[in-house]
Design a protein around this ligand. Structure first.
Ligand code: FES
Length: 580
C-alpha cells in the first residue's frame, strides 16, 4: 500500500481477462459465446472482477442450510460493487452426518477449493462455511491458490432451550445423555429435549470447534469485523454477507491475496485469540495446517508458550461457565474481546478490511460478564496445555479449563481399549474393574488409525460410576475431541498408536501419571520393558486398497503437524492454468 491507498489493477490485469478479454483468440471467442448461453451480455461481466461464491450449502448439513440464501446476498453485494458473481457449490462437511468423521475429508475440500479457484476465471472468492472443518478447509484451499479471498462464517444457531434451561448444542447433548445413562432422565424427556437442542440453522452455538475456527478466521483478518459471532438467522447476517460481497470486489481490484494477510504475526494473533476464547483443541491441529499452507512454521510449543501469557476472557460454554454465542455477539463479539488484549496483538498487520487495529476501531464490551475484564478472567491462562513425556514424545494436548481441577495431577492404572467399537461394547462391563481412579486409554483413533482422528476423545464414564456420581475421569487417546466436549481428556497423542507410537505399548494395569502444571504425561514402565513390547508390536494391516482413503492413508501427517497431506503442505511450483 502507498499513502494514496493500495495500487489498483486495470481490467486488463484481472485474472479473468485471460478467459474473457483477449480479442482475436478462438478460446476467448468461445468463452464469450458460452456466456451468451448463460444469458449474459458483454457489459455484465467483461472488465469486471469475477467473484467466486464458494458455497458449502447442502440439504444434509443443518449448520449450512441457510447458505443458499446467503450466497444470494453475497451476489447482491458483488453486483452492487461492480463485480460479476459466480456461485461454485463444493463439498459439504457435516459434523453430524459424515462418517467416520468429516476430518477425513478436510483436505479433500481444501484441495477442491484450491483447484477450482485456480482453474476457473476467478479474481476473488467469498468462502461460505462454518461447520467445524469447513472453515480450515476453505481457507487452506484459498491460501494455496493465493487468490484474493474473504470468509463468510455461517454464524451460530440460536441458543437451545428446554424446560427453562438454556442448552448448548453438543455440550448439553453429552451432559443429558450421561444423566440418562445415570437413570436421572427418562426416554420421554430425552426425546422432548431433542426438539430444543438445535433450534435454527447455523453452526453449534457454544465455543466449540465451529465458533473457535470462525473466530480464528476473523482474527487472521479473513472476515469483516465482528462477522464470526453474528447469529445465522439474524438479519445482520444477511447484511454482513452482502457487505462481504462488496468487499470481495475491492479485494480483486487491489489483488490483496492471502499471502499478504496470513503472516506469522497473523497466526500468532489467531492462536492468542483462540486461547483467550477458551476455544476448541481442534484449533491446534487446524491452525498448524493452515499456517503450513501459508509457509508459516507454527508448532505445538507456540500454543503452549502463548497460552501462558493469555487469560481466558470469553465466558462462553463449555470453557466458560455461562453464556452462548448469541450473548457473545450482543456483548460486542470478537472485536470487543480483542479490544481487551490489544497489547498482545499485532495491530498494524493487514486484513481483508484494512488493518487489525482498524478493525477494532470503536469496539466496546457491552457486558463484562460475557467478555471478562483482564482483572476478572474466566481463567488466568489460555485454555490449552501441551504435554510431553514418554507416552507422547511428539506432544499431546489437554483443554485444562474444561477439566476437573482435582484430576490435573493424577496417577492411576490404565484400562486400555484397542479401538472405539470395543470400548463402546465393553465400557460398562463390571469385569473391567474400572474405578474413578482408573485412566481410560483409547488407541487406534489417530489420523491414520481412526481413520481421520474421530472425536472419540471424551470417552464415556462407565455406567456404574455415573450412578455413584462420578462425572469425570482421566482419559487419554490419539483421537480428537469435539469442541463442545469437556472433561479431563488428553488428546492428539503423537505419534499415534497406528504408526507404533508409545500408546500402542500401554497395557491394562500400567500406571500413568498426568501432571498438567509440569506439562507432563508419563507411562510408568521402564525403557527395557517398553523395548520388549515394541519388539512384539506389528503394524495393523492396510485398510484401503484404493480410492480417496488410500490417498489419505499414504499422505496424512500426524496431529502435531496438522494432519495435512504431505504433498499439499509442501512448498513447490504450480503452473498457472493459462501458462501450461
Ligand atoms: Fe456443525 Fe456443530 S454440528 S458446527
Amino acid at each position: 500500500m502507498s499513502d494514496d491507498g493500495p495500487a489498483r489493477l486495470t481490467p486488463e490485469q484481472l485474472r479473468s481477462h485471460q478467459w474473457f478479454g483477449t480479442e482475436g483468440a478462438l478460446r476467448t471467442w468461445s468463452h464469450n459465446a458460452r456466456m451468451r448461453q448463460l444469458g449474459y451480455e458483454d457489459e455484465e461481466y467483461r472488465g469486471r472482477p469475477v467473484v467466486a461464491v464458494v458455497n458449502t450449502w447442502s440439504d444434509i448439513n443443518p449448520c449450512h442450510v441457510h447458505l443458499r440464501e446467503r450466497a444470494e446476498a453475497v451476489k447482491r453485494g458483488v453486483w452492487q460493487a461492480g463485480g460479476f458473481p459466480l456461485e461454485f457449490p463444493v463439498a459439504t462437511l457435516s459434523e453430524t452426518y459424515q462418517k467416520p468423521t468429516p476430518m477425513l475429508y478436510r483436505n479433500l475440500l481444501a484441495m477442491e477449493t484450491e483447484e477450482l479457484l485456480r482453474s476457473y476465471p476467478v479474481d476473488a472468492a467469498v468462502l461460505l462455511g462454518g461447520c467445524d472443518k469447513s472453515t480450515p478447509a476453505l481457507l487452506m484451499g484459498a491460501t494455496s491458490a493465493d487468490v484474493p479471498a474473504l470468509f463468510v462464517p455461517a454464524g451460530p444457531m440460536l441458543p437451545g432451550h428446554w424446560r427453562g434451561a438454556t442448552l448448548g448444542s453438543g455440550t448439553d447433548m453429552w451432559k443429558y445423555w450421561d444423566e440418562h445413562r445415570a437413570g436421572n432422565l427418562t426416554d420421554c424427556e430425552l426425546r422432548e429435549l431433542q426438539g430444543g437442542l438445535a433450534r435454527s440453522p447455523g453452526h453449534c452455538m457454544t465455543m466449540g470447534t465451529a465458533s473457535t475456527m470462525t473466530a480464528a478466521a476473523e482474527a487472521l483478518g479473513m472476515t469483516l469485523p465482528g462477522a464470526c459471532a453474528v447469529p445465522a438467522v439474524d438479519s445482520a447476517h444477511e447484511r454482513m454477507a452482502a457487505a462481504s460481497g462488496r468487499r470481495a470486489v475491492e479485494l480483486a481490484w487491489t489483488a490483496l491475496r492471502p499471502s499478504r494477510i496470513l503472516t506469522r504475526e497473523a497466526f500468532h494473533d489467531a492462536v492468542t485469540t483462540v486461547l483467550c476464547l477458551g476455544g476448541s483443541t481442534n484449533a491446534v491441529i487446524h491452525l498448524i495446517a493452515m499456517a503450513g499452507r501459508a509457509g508459516v512454521a507454527l508448532t505445538l510449543d507456540d500454543f503452549d508458550r502463548i497460552a501462558r501469557t493469555v487469560p481466558v476472557l470469553a465466558n462462553v460454554r463449555p470453557g466458560g461457565r455461562t453464556y452462548l454465542m448469541e450473548d457473545f455477539h450482543f456483548a460486542g463479539g470478537l472485536p470487543a474481546l480483542l479490544s481487551r488484549i490489544t497489547d498482545l496483538l499485532h495491530l498494524e498487520r493487514p486484513t481483508v478490511n484494512g488493518t487489525l487495529g482498524g478493525q477494532l476501531d470503536g469496539a466496546r464490551v457491552h457486558d463484562d460478564d460475557v467478555v471478562r475484564p483482564r482483572g476478572n478472567p474466566v481463567a488466568a491462562e489460555g485454555g490449552v496445555a501441551v504435554l510431553r513425556g514418554n507416552l507422547c514424545p511428539d506432544g499431546a494436548v489437554i483443554k485444562h479449563i474444561a477439566a476437573s481441577p482435582h484430576l490435573l495431577r493424577h496417577t492411576g492404572p490404565a484400562v486400555v481399549f484397542d479401538d472405539y467399537r470395543t470400548m463402546q461394547r465393553t465400557i460398562d462391563d463390571p469385569g473391567l474393574n474400572i474405578t474413578a481412579d482408573s485412566v481410560l486409554v483409547l488407541r487406534g483413533a489417530g489420523p491414520r488409525g481412526g481413520p481421520g482422528m474421530p472425536e472419540y476423545g471424551m470417552l464415556p464414564i462407565p455406567e456404574h460410576l455415573l450412578k455413584q456420581g462420578v462425572r469425570d475421569m482421566v482419559r487419554i487417546s490419539d483421537a480428537r475431541m469435539s469442541g463442545t466436549s469437556y472433561g479431563t481428556c488428553v488428546l492428539h497423542v503423537a505419534p499415534e498408536s497406528h504408526v507404533g507410537g508409545p500408546l500402542a505399548l500401554v497395557r491394562t494395569g500400567d500406571r500413568i501419571t498426568l501432571d498438567v502444571a509440569a506439562r507432563s504425561l508419563r507411562l510408568d514402565v521402564d525403557d527395557e520393558e517398553l523395548a520388549r513390547r515394541r519388539a512384539g508390536w506389528s503394524a495393523p494391516p492396510e485398510r484401503y486398497g484404493r480410492g480417496y482413503g488410500a490417498l489419505y492413508d499414504a499422505q496424512v501427517t500426524q496431529a502435531d503437524t496438522g494432519c495435512d497431506f504431505a504433498f499439499l503442505a509442501r512448498r513447490g511450483a504450480v503452473p498457472d492454468p493459462y501458462a501450461g
